[in-house]
Design a protein around this ligand. Structure first.
Ligand code: MN
Ligand code: MN
Length: 288
């Protein structure tokens, strides 16, 4: 089980009140919610191993260079994954990392890599079936029945997560997982600052991809105005072609070099962390 940790701790933080505190009175809602959420997912899917994938860089410069609007609004808004993590969440993030390692769950990140890219690297290298836990649709790209890779997608919450295999991806998006990036680029994605092609929504984008294969196929069809493209839509696509190609490089996952350390469970550390951060009950539930 590869966990996109940031999506889980942001959801935990927003799902539980900051009136939940540790013995010093500091909010520990995200720590508690993260542990409880991960436990629910573990119990539902019974992985042999869990690895927590960390955003060492939530907005890598190389992606911003390709697409200046990439996550640009999050810098200002302090939304999920932004560098303006809410003040009451920020101090809980390193605690979550510490607790995970004490539980024997490695925390893996790498410079200039989003958690998305870390997940991709580990998922593609895995020799065994992989369940990916994330609230980020970009990870749909990794779903593969042949490789036994699924996405446990956290929509509104952990309890109501959606299991994406290839059929579920096609039912939801109208494309196969390996074409999800092409779809996202054509459709656009406001939450990541992807502009898309004006007037082309998700359904139309899926129809074009079904007709022409991939983004390059759609752009080639725009040159000759091949049906089902209309002259107006073809003109939009020709105009946007270079930006769409750049956006595709941004959306595609970039599996870099990452290694997973062996992390032994540390009972003394768990005792200390449980007392200090007021999470002995959550840790007891983890082991129950
Ligand atoms: Mn991400
Ligand atoms: Mn992403």
């Amino acid at each position: 089980m590869l966990v996109d940790a940031a999506t889980l701790y942001f959801r935990a933080f927003h799902a539980l009140p900051t009136s939940l505190t540790d013995p010093q009175g500091r909010p520990n809602n995200a720590v508690r919610g993260f542990l409880d959420g991960l436990r629910v997912l573990r119990d539902a899917h019974r992985p042999d191993r869990i690895v927590a994938c960390w955003d060492e860089d939530w907005r890598p410069q190389w992606r911003v260079d390709l697409l200046p609007t990439y996550k640009a609004h999050r810098v200002a808004d302090g939304e999920e994954g932004g560098d303006e993590t809410p003040d009451q969440l920020a101090p809980q993030v390193p605690v979550i990392a510490e607790v995970l390692q004490a539980l024997g769950i490695p925390v893996v990140g790498a410079p200039a890599m989003e958690a998305d890219d870390v997940v991709a690297a580990l998922a593609l290298a895995a020799q065994e079936p992989v369940d990916i836990v994330s609230g980020d649709r970009d990870l749909v790209q990794l779903v593969s029945d042949a490789a036994q890779r699924r996405l446990l997608y956290l929509g509104t919450g952990v309890g109501k997560h959606t299991v994406f295999d290839e059929a579920a991806v096609e039912a939801a998006y109208g494309v196969r997982p390996e074409r999800y990036a092409d779809l996202a680029v054509l459709r656009g994605d406001p939450s990541d600052g992807l502009p898309g092609a004006a007037g082309i929504g998700a359904k139309t984008a899926a129809r074009y991809l079904a007709a022409f294969g991939d983004l390059e196929g759609v752009l080639a069809a725009a040159e000759t105005v091949a049906p089902p493209l209309t002259a107006a839509k073809a003109a939009v696509l020709r105009e946007a072609a270079d930006d769409l190609r750049s956006a595709l490089r941004v959306v595609r996952l970039q599996p870099g070099a990452v290694t997973v350390p062996e992390v032994p469970r540390d009972e003394a550390a768990l005792q200390r962390l449980g007392d200090r951060h007021g999470i002995t009950t959550a840790l007891r539930r983890w082991d129950a």
